[in-house]
Every structure is written in structure tokens, then in C-alpha cells.
Design a protein around this ligand. Structure first.
Ligand SMILES: [Zn+2]
Length: 210
């Protein structure tokens, strides 16, 4: 299994391509212009990958800039949690408030819930529902390889913002403490912004959680 990270758009958002035996999941495609789209496409072409899933941890604009491109290019229906659908529907409007142009994200999507799994080849990614940063935020967890794709829930020595519309600080802290911090300390965390971390490091050092 290979987890490739790209950092895209003006929000420095991390897009991940998780591949196993030439099949891949594209997580939170943030490509916001031609150059970034080509960077993502080139990686997929160069490695002869076949994208089979487009997954969104949540629907803030920096995580869905590339939904239009990826879903058209690879004929994929985005998968997300239903509670973030309002953010998706309003994404173009929200982008305009930042003075940004967002290609209309497809609104025909599939919803997924906590406890369900995404499968690529023999690997399985469990959905963990982690509301707070957004109402329908979900993480991807691979138990066998001890990997967590945390979106904007948990960062290296930090946590997701909760000053945004529909955010809730108490919910976020609860999601981290009651769900993510139950994972093994050695679990590697792939964050939606910034560098990777581990659950153990954050349990010991994260200043936002006691
Ligand atoms: Zn976000």
C-alpha cells in the first residue's frame, strides 16, 4: 500500500492517493487549477493507477476543489457523509466569499456512515464519524496497517478550526478523545493540512486536548 500526499490550493490542503496493486482511492482532491490537476493526473498515469473511489472527509471548499475534475475524469461518484451535504450544495457561494472560483462540485453523491468500509483490493478502510470541524466529518482508518486519514479533525500538535459555520468545538474534542484517541498509539495519522503525526504523539503533546 502506498499513500501519496499532494499539497494543493491556497489553503495548503493535503490530497491523498491511497493505492494498492494499481487501484486507488483519491481522498479530498484539492486541485484548484490546471497545473494542480495535471500534477494529480500525471501521478496516476505514471503509476498506471486505476482510481476506483473518490472520497471526501468533509465538504469545506479546500477539500473539494477537485471534485469536479476527478469525478469527470475518472467517472467517479463522490462518497461522503450526508451531514456535510449542505456545505457541498453551498460550496460555490462559500468560495465566492473568499474571492475564489470553484468548479461546481457534482451534487450526485453517495453517502456513507460510521462503521461502513471502503475496500481496495485486500485492504479495508473503516469509516469513523468525527463531527466537530464540520457536522458530517468522517475519517478513514486502516486497522491492519495502523493508518488514519484524519481530514481536518486532528493535526500535528493542533486540531481543526471550529470558528466556521456549522462547526462545534465540544463535538470536535469529543470526536478526538472518544474515538481517535482510542486507536493504538503507533497509528500513523495523515492530516488534511501539514505534516503527518501519530496518535501516541498527539495524546502526549497536543496542547488543545488535555
Ligand atoms: Zn475543513
Amino acid at each position: 500500500m502506498i499513500i501519496k500526499k499532494f499539497t494543493f490550493n491556497s489553503f495548503q490542503e493535503n490530497t491523498f492517493v491511497i493505492s494498492v496493486n494499481k487501484k486507488c482511492i483519491i481522498v479530498d482532491p484539492g486541485c484548484s487549477n490546471k497545473t494542480e490537476e495535471e500534477t494529480l493526473e500525471k501521478y496516476i498515469d505514471d503509476n498506471c493507477l486505476n482510481p476506483i473511489i473518490l472520497f471526501n472527509t468533509h465538504c469545506h471548499i479546500d477539500h473539494i476543489f477537485g471534485n469536479n475534475f476527478v469525478s469527470k475524469k475518472f467517472k467517479l461518484k463522490p462518497i461522503m457523509h450526508e451531514k456535510d451535504y449542505a456545505l457541498l450544495e453551498n460550496a460555490e457561494k462559500i468560495a465566492r466569499t473568499y474571492g475564489l472560483n470553484l468548479s461546481p462540485p457534482p451534487l450526485n453523491v453517495d453517502f456513507i456512515n460510521e462503521g461502513e468500509h471502503l475496500k481496495i483490493e485486500k485492504t479495508s478502510w473503516e469509516i469513523i464519524f468525527t463531527p466537530g470541524h464540520s457536522p458530517g466529518h468522517i475519517c478513514l482508518y486502516n486497522k491492519e496497517h495502523k493508518k488514519l486519514v484524519s481530514g481536518d479533525t486532528l493535526f500535528y500538535s493542533s486540531i481543526g478550526r471550529t470558528d466556521l459555520p456549522l462547526s462545534n468545538h465540544e463535538d470536535l474534542i469529543k470526536s478526538i478523545k472518544d474515538k481517535l484517541f482510542l486507536l493504538e498509539d503507533s497509528t500513523e495519522v495523515f492530516c488534511g493540512h501539514g505534516q503527518n503525526t501519530t496518535i501516541g504523539f498527539e495524546k502526549r503533546n497536543n496542547p488543545f486536548i488535555n
